[in-house]
Design a protein around this ligand. Structure first.
Ligand SMILES: [Fe+2]
Ligand SMILES: [Fe+2]
Length: 258
């Protein structure tokens, strides 16, 4: 578990709130982020049921439940949404998610969908509070059919969900990627299998390359900064992945197998 302030400028902060411990969810370790502007907070990909108490405890070091003004779900996976029922009970924050997942989320035990805001395919600029705006950007098919990124113009940090995610072995837990080549073995198999196609990757890279990005913050693994931001984007733009590597039904080129 760790708590790292990635950006701080007076009243604005972007915090890696928690990184789950190995085995904590009996799955891949995940990152949860808190963006703060004054006393207003936005929680990004709050995580599964198992990490919820720890994420809450970390958040309470910064703000109270009533000061949480938004929760962003990058997509529908259980490592993101599994704890949402409890967050809905503890806070009054609206929840932002692609509109295409709205009708599936009740299966997480959510009875009242009034708190959810379905985002359009093209994304939207979201005004959280006075002087606190976030860009909710499309990243569809990477890997989810309705995937949302968060760009914070104040910190110039792009949260990318599973894009850029690493499966790091126990013991290798540097919080930042400073040498992209040495990081590649931990991202390549995952991206080849879980990202849907080079077309989706290329369209996304071309879109986000127009942004001024200081860091790329994924939902799993280390955070890209400095030169590794552009090294990652250049690599991902050329990656053959997903259906590019299918040779038949159930048959992948060896490099796409996990
Ligand atoms: Fe996912
Ligand atoms: Fe994930």
């Amino acid at each position: 578990m760790r708590n790292i302030t990635l950006f701080e400028n007076g009243e604005h902060k972007f915090i890696l709130l928690n990184e789950s411990e190995p085995g904590e969810e009996d799955g891949i370790r995940s990152n949860q982020y808190l963006i703060l502007h004054g006393r207003s907070g936005v929680l990004v990909d709050p995580g599964g049921f198992g990490v919820m108490p720890r994420v809450l405890a970390e958040m309470l070091r910064h703000i109270g439940p009533a000061e949480l003004k938004g929760i962003v779900l990058s997509h529908q996976d259980p490592d993101i949404v599994g704890g949402i029922s409890t967050w809905l009970e503890l806070t009054t924050a609206p929840v932002f998610v692609s509109k295409i997942w709205m009708r599936f989320l009740p299966h997480y035990g959510i009875r009242d969908m009034n708190r959810f805001r379905g985002l359009p395919d093209e994304g939207t600029r979201c005004s959280i509070d006075r002087g606190f705006e976030l860009d909710l950007l499309p990243a569809h098919f990477l890997h989810s059919e309705g995937q949302i990124n968060v760009y914070d113009p104040a910190s110039k940090i792009l949260f990318t969900g599973d894009i850029g995610a690493a499966t790091l072995p126990d013991g290798r837990d540097a919080p930042f990627v400073d040498d992209f080549e040495s990081h590649l073995p931990y991202i390549e198999p995952f991206h080849k299998r879980y990202m849907c196609s080079n077309k989706a990757a290329r369209l996304w890279v071309d879109a986000v390359s127009k942004l001024d990005i200081d860091m790329i913050a994924p939902q799993h693994g280390a955070i890209y900064r400095g030169k590794s931001v552009h090294d990652f984007l250049n690599w991902f733009r050329e990656l053959r992945c997903g259906i590019d590597l299918m040779k038949g039904s159930g048959i992948f080129e060896a490099e796409a197998s996990l």
